[in-house]
Design a protein around this ligand. Structure first.
Ligand code: ZN
Length: 224
């Protein structure tokens, strides 16, 4: 496997500093993976996404590295026909958008009704597209966030005004614990990687969801 080492410029470092409070520049290793472009093209051609006021196409992402980005990413500001806001707006490649839609509609909304007795109103997006190494560790592999193939969610706002945070609710009262575990476990049906507080300390305050390929055949899944 041919890996290339890429230096990500100071601009990304500065953004990372603002969002994550870590170093001023980050290197990553990446390899060209043709399946990514093929998969994106197949998704776009499938008609899986129709633009709505809440899901809008935007121009290609790629800077500051050719290894990052997507050819036709989408800005997603809400799911479930606008019932569930996503703040701030997420920037995602094609396959992620229908996966997020299904997760919200078939898992998160029903879990909010069942465990919290109210409707889901908003997801807090802690991260989406970001050309950076995994866990911001300089020298590490390029994150799925670098392909706009990942979404971090840190909290859930409900129609009655309550807010359930991953940080506080994972070990919170029974209703919040049950809600968050249902939301996490249900995500494993839609995404190939789901990482939460049980995974490591870095994920104590958010769920990481992505559509990476795992294992020799590419069909492995990680749900932790
Ligand atoms: Zn993440």
């Amino acid at each position: 496997m041919v890996y290339s080492r890429v230096r990500v410029g100071i601009a990304v470092g500065a953004a990372a500093l603002l969002m994550w409070g870590c170093g001023t520049s980050q290197n990553f290793v990446a390899r060209l993976e043709p399946w990514r472009a093929d998969e994106e093209k197949a998704c776009l051609n499938s008609g899986a996404i129709r633009e709505t006021p809440f899901v809008q196409v935007r121009s290609a992402l790629g800077a500051p590295s050719e290894y990052c980005g997507a050819s036709r990413p989408f800005e997603m500001s809400a799911a479930a026909q606008g019932r569930v806001s996503m703040k701030p707006t997420a920037l995602l490649r094609c396959p992620m958008v229908p996966a997020v839609e299904r997760w919200v509609q078939t898992v998160v909304e029903p879990a909010a009704r069942r465990y919290l007795g109210t409707e889901l109103a908003e997801l807090t997006v802690a991260g989406s597209y970001s050309c950076r190494p995994i866990n911001h560790v300089s020298g590490g592999r390029l994150s799925e966030h670098g392909h706009a193939n990942a979404l971090d969610i840190s909290q859930f706002r409900l129609l009655d005004g309550r807010v359930v945070t991953v940080k506080g609710g994972w070990h919170g009262d029974a209703r919040e614990r049950n809600f968050l575990r249902a939301v996490h476990d249900g995500a494993c049906q839609e995404f190939t990687t789901v990482l939460g507080p049980e995974h490591d300390a870095l994920h104590h305050d958010h769920f990481h969801l992505d559509l990476a390929r795992h294992g020799r055949d590419g069909f492995g899944r990680i749900c932790k």
